[in-house]
Ligand binder design. Sequence first.
Ligand SMILES: [Zn+2]
Length: 346
Amino acid sequence: MTNMNAVLFEAHGGVDVLKYAEAPMPQPKKGEVLIRVQACGLNHLDIWIRQGLPGISLPLPHIIGSEIVGTIAELGPDSNRFKPGDRVLVAPGISCGQCPACLKGRDSLCREFKIVGLQINGGYAEFVAVPEKNLIPLPGQGLKPEEWAAVPLVFLTAWHMLITRAALQKGETVLIHAAGSGVGSAAIQIAKMQGAKIFTTVGSDEKIKKAEVLGADVVINYKKTDFAQEILRATNNRGVDLVLEHIGPDTWAGSMRCLARGGRVVTCGSTSGPKVELDLRFFFTKELSVLGCYMGSRRELDQVIGLVAEGKLKPVVDAVFPLADAAKAQAKMESRELFGKLVLKI
Ligand SMILES: [Zn+2]
């Protein structure tokens, strides 16, 4: 086989630039293996890459997709840990493994850090070549490929945000924005496991019950109620210890307003735009902290995968689309009318 089917884009832009077409079969280089993709999760990152990211120029055409589950199709020239047919999940982060950040286990700070689907072609395709060291073996039974594909990036990011960066403690209060988003639905489960009291927001009443089932204690429909005001009311004007942000300008002012003294905001994204304002007077007098988060480390991913395999964390899949309908799936993601993850089945 010299060609495969893939969804690619030849120029940055809206969903209509995504084309279901033939692409050259990837050839695994030294240290790489060829994966036959079974399922690939969608992320907001996919949309940002499709639209074009400042400072990153990609060779085009490009194939996105960072959450890949599949089987080994072909081993590379020097690979030996796996055999053809083995079921694997691809860790999305690629790092050098040798620099001080990598040696400290903080690989997402590696200066050579890359993400599968961003700097290299990803999983919106029948096949993908990835470094063998990125493969995580999956149990033969249990979750389906499309459920596993809803795990890596969002659970890793949510874990890194709540546990590693913000050090969420038992008994603390946390606001997790957008229970229906991938990172929100993962974060609620992790915060629950940690023993925190969870406030969350949804954009429609139909999502309230689903958020409660995941473990949220107080669910606020942000279209009907000012979430910051509601949190201040519910906490007797104290506010929450931690806010998990990924929305940006639409929610930022409220997120800062409903923080308790000594509170912290941890952010991994900005789906409503890149810039926010910070009122320094409240920032220093309340001793607030703002923490950035970019994915997480391989060690944390292994931990999260273990918790999913034990059934302690559960992937939340809203819908599964065939590969050819990737543009439709991204349009649904942009509409925000979903609860959990969208996944392509290949
Ligand atoms: Zn490194």
